[in-house]
Design a protein around this ligand. Structure first.
Ligand code: EPU
Length: 332
C-alpha cells in the first residue's frame, strides 16, 4: 500500500488539471483494499483509473483510490478461445498489444484507448464497431462499504452504450479489481465501421494489422493526452427520437447517423462542427481541430475554462439543432 497526503492529481488526469486530493491511496491486492474499507466509511471517496475520463473542477476533499493490481492470467482455454483474468490496473492498450501478440482477437478495434482495464469495464469503452462488453465474461469488484468481493456476470453489469451498472445504480459503491475477458484464437475481423476497411486496403487481414490501422486512424484524429491534455470524446453521441430524426434529416440531408434500438444516434462531433465550433478556442481551452467531439487543454487551462467552453458548445448545438448533447466526461 502506498499513501500520500495533500497529493497533486496533475499526473492522474489526462486533462492535466492541477488540483489536490486530501489523500491518495494505492493498493496492491484485493486484501489490501479490503483492509482499507473500514476507514473509507463516512469519507468522500473517488476511485480513479488512468484519469482519462475525468475533469477535476476543484480540490478533492477526501480519499482518491487507485489500484495497482496487475497481471494477465489464463483461466481456461480451448483450441478456439481463451478466458483471461486481467488486473484492473493493467493499462488497457498494453493488454490489447499483448493479446494481439498472443494471437487473441476481440479487442484489437479498441486499440490506443487511454486508461486502465478496470475503468474500461466500468465505462464500457467502445470504438470502431466494438464495445468491451462484447468480450467481458465477468467483472470482479469489491464493495467499498462492506469489503465483500462480488463477481458480476456480463448481464449483471447492465451494459449499454458508454454505460454500466457501475456508473448508474452502483455508482461509487464498488471498485473493480479484475476483469475476465473471453478472446478468440480465431481471428474474426470487424472492419465494417467507417474508414477501417479503407485503411486496411493493401494490408493483410490480421488482428495486428487491424490494430495498426486503428492506431493510424486515431493518431490522425485524436490528440495524444501526453502532449495535449484531453479526455477523448467530451460528449456522448445523442440519440434522438424517430420524429426528431425525420425533421433533422429534412433540414440536413447529409447528416451522418446510426439507427439504434430507441431512435437514431447522431455524431455529436458533426453537430459541433456544423455549429461552427471545430478548432475554436475560448481562453486556454479549445475544440479539437481534427475531431470536434474532443475538447483540449491548450496549456494551463483550469477546469472552469473547459467547463465554460463545453457549456457554450452545448448551448449552440441546442440552439441550432434542438438536440441536447451531454458530457461523457465525469465532472468531479
Ligand atoms: N464528424 C464530423 N466532424 C467531426 C467529428 C466527426 O463531421 O469533427 C462525423 C464524421 O465525419 C463521421 C461521424 O461524425 O461521419 C462519426 O465520426 P467518428 O467515426 O470519428 O466517431 P464519433 O462518433 O465522433 C465515436 C466515439 C469515439 C470512437 C469513435 C470511433 C463516442 C462518444 N465517441 O466517435 O470514442 O473512437 O466513435 O468508433 O461514442 C472516446 O470515447 O473517447 C472516443 C474517442
Amino acid at each position: 500500500m502506498h499513501r500520500i497526503k495533500n497529493f497533486s492529481l496533475k499526473n492522474n488526469n489526462t486533462f492535466g488539471i492541477d488540483c489536490r486530493a486530501a489523500e491518495f491511496v494505492e493498493y496492491d491486492s484485493v486484501e489490501d483494499l479490503q483492509t482499507l474499507v473500514p476507514e473509507l466509511q463516512g469519507k468522500n471517496v473517488l476511485h480513479v483509473g488512468g484519469g482519462s475520463n475525468l475533469l477535476f473542477t476543484k480540490d478533492f476533499d477526501g480519499i482518491v483510490l487507485h489500484s495497482r493490481i496487475k497481471g494477465v492470467d489464463i483461466v481456461e482455454q480451448t483450441a478456439d478461445e481463451v478466458l483471461v483474468r486481467v488486473g484492473a490496473a493493467v493499462v488497457w492498450d498494453e493488454l490489447v498489444d499483448y493479446a494481439v501478440g498472443q494471437g487473441w482477437s476481440g479487442i484489437e478495434n479498441l486499440s490506443l484507448i487511454p486508461g486502465e482495464t478496470g475503468a474500461a469495464a466500468v465505462q464500457n469503452i467502445g470504438a470502431y464497431g466494438t464495445e468491451v462488453k462484447d468480450v467481458i465474461e465477468e467483472v470482479e469488484a469489491v464493495s467499498l462499504s462492506t469489503g465483500e468481493l462480488r463477481t458480476f456476470s456480463n448481464d449483471e453489469c447492465q451494459y449499454a452504450y458508454r454505460r454500466s451498472i457501475f456508473k448508474r445504480e452502483l455508482k461509487g459503491q464498488y471498485a473493480v479489481v479484475y476483469v475476465r475477458l473471453r478472446l478468440s484464437k480465431v481471428f474474426n475481423p470487424n472492419t465494417a465501421y467507417g474508414n477501417i476497411r479503407q485503411a486496411m486496403e493493401g494490408r493483410e487481414l490480421s488482428a495486428a494489422n487491424v490494430r495498426q490501422a486503428i492506431i493510424d486512424i486515431r493518431n490522425a484524429k485524436l490528440p495524444d493526452p501526453k502532449v495535449t491534455g484531453n479526455a477523448g470524446s467530451f460528449f456522448v453521441n445523442p440519440v434522438v427520437t424517430d420524429e426528431q430524426f425525420r425533421q433533422l434529416q429534412a433540414d440536413y440531408p447529409n447528416m451522418p447517423y446510426y439507427k439504434v434500438e430507441n431512435g437514431y444516434k447522431i455524431p455529436a462531433g458533426w453537430l459541433i462542427e456544423q455549429a461552427g465550433w471545430k478548432g475554436r478556442s475560448m481562453g486556454r481551452a479549445a475544440v479539437h481541430d481534427k475531431q470536434a467531439l474532443v475538447i483540449v487543454n491548450l496549456g494551463g487551462a483550469d477546469a472552469d475554462e473547459i467547463v465554460r467552453l463545453s457549456e457554450a458548445v452545448r448551448a449552440d448545438v441546442m440552439e441550432k439543432f434542438g438536440v441536447e448533447i451531454k458530457p461523457e466526461v465525469n465532472f468531479i
